[in-house]
Design a protein around this ligand. Structure first.
Ligand code: PHE
Length: 337
């Protein structure tokens, strides 16, 4: 290696040495007993006499250069180490504490726990299903006719022809009944998706809790009883409940459940549009076709189902006027709960 190449290599190696060990290896490589610079100095005595002074000068220059570069790098490494030692200093317990950012439960999770506790207390167990759902479970097995408007892409996020983001938690009913025989009493909860135009009371992602009870001789009276107990536990024993005829493809008969307005206690206000009532959930007796789809005999079994929006419950409980706040990730909102 000629002197120029050697100098280049020395500078490069010292420059890239990233610690004491690496630097020491570099020192040995050039200045050790068998080092490259040391070798150069040894070679002098074998060189023709008239070349010796020049060779000597070059070798000595390289040796000095290497030494000073090593020294320089060593102080750089020491400074870096001191820097990190500074940060590793033990904590000073006399310093004032910073205002610790503690995590907290999301308001929807809190409300869901409350709902779950009430239902578990009433004998329901928890079931779950996928958010990316087959068209079959979301619609077909639930007795939705092929031309039902909610199957439309304007309401449903399709992923493929037969796969979609579930538009309600009712498909969990079907999945659960396929796997289990009656009697059964479950709630299913989770996120649902609809291709809505977004406004303070409509979001494209929201949350439902669904109840299902199947046994022999389940009647509309059982549905009314459970729904009433649930609502009164959630909003207080003075809350009144009424059933309004409605329609869902998977229940017959179907009913919309209203409760007395939590804001005005039924007197009439802007929240309930002066009616005194607020619509809370859908419900009904499980349609025979749904039982047939899961292999239950509708002559033997009957059941009820109901579904409600967790977001709406949270809005009523906490007086929140915009559903978009729940998934908006604004800490100023979330820290209030
Ligand atoms: N799945 C219905 C909805 O999303 C709610 C519902 C559930 C109605 C169970 C009746 C029975 O609107």
């Amino acid at each position: 290696m000629d002197a120029d190449a050697l100098e280049k290599s020395i500078r490069h190696d010292i420059d890239t040495a990233d610690g004491y060990d690496a630097l020491e290896q570099t020192r040995i490589k050039y200045l050790g007993r068998k080092g490259l610079v040391t070798g150069l100095l040894k070679d002098i005595k074998d060189a023709p006499p008239d070349e010796r002074p020049k060779l000597g000068a070059v070798s000595n220059k390289l040796k000095k250069l290497t030494e000073s570069l090593l020294e320089e790098k060593l102080s750089v490494l020491r400074a870096a180490q001191q820097g990190s030692r500074f940060y590793k200093k033990p904590h000073d317990a006399t310093l004032p504490a910073h205002d610790g950012m503690t995590g907290r439960r999301h308001v929807l999770a809190t409300v869901f726990r409350e709902l779950k506790d009430i239902f578990v207390g009433m004998g329901y167990t928890l079931a779950s299903g996928p958010m990316v759902e087959l068209e079959y479970y979301n619609f077909q097995a639930l007795n939705f006719p092929d031309e039902h408007p909610s199957r439309d892409e304007q309401d449903t996020f399709y992923i493929t022809d037969d796969m979609l983001l579930r538009t309600h938690t009712s498909p969990v009913q079907v999945r659960y009944m396929e796997e289990n025989k009656p009697p059964l009493k479950i709630i299913a909860a989770g996120r649902v998706f609809r291709n809505e135009s977004i406004d303070p009371s409509h979001a494209a992602e929201f949350h439902q809790v669904e109840g299902l009870y199947v046994d022999t001789d389940v009647s509309l009276a059982d549905l009314k009883l459970d729904v009433e107990i649930f609502i009164q536990q959630l909003f207080g024993s003075k809350t009144q409940v009424r059933f309004r005829p409605s329609f869902f493809p998977f229940t017959e008969p179907s009913a919309e459940v209203d409760m007395t307005c939590v804001v005005c206690q039924g007197k009439g206000c802007s929240v309930c549009q002066q009616t005194g009532w607020i619509e809370l959930m859908g419900s009904g007796m499980v349609h025979p076709n749904v039982f047939r789809a899961v292999g239950y005999d509708p002559e033997i079994y009957s059941g009820f189902a109901f579904g409600l929006g967790v977001d709406r419950v949270a809005m009523m409980k906490y007086g929140i006027d915009d559903i978009r706040l729940f998934l908006g990730n604004d800490l100023r909102f979330l820290r209030q709960f």
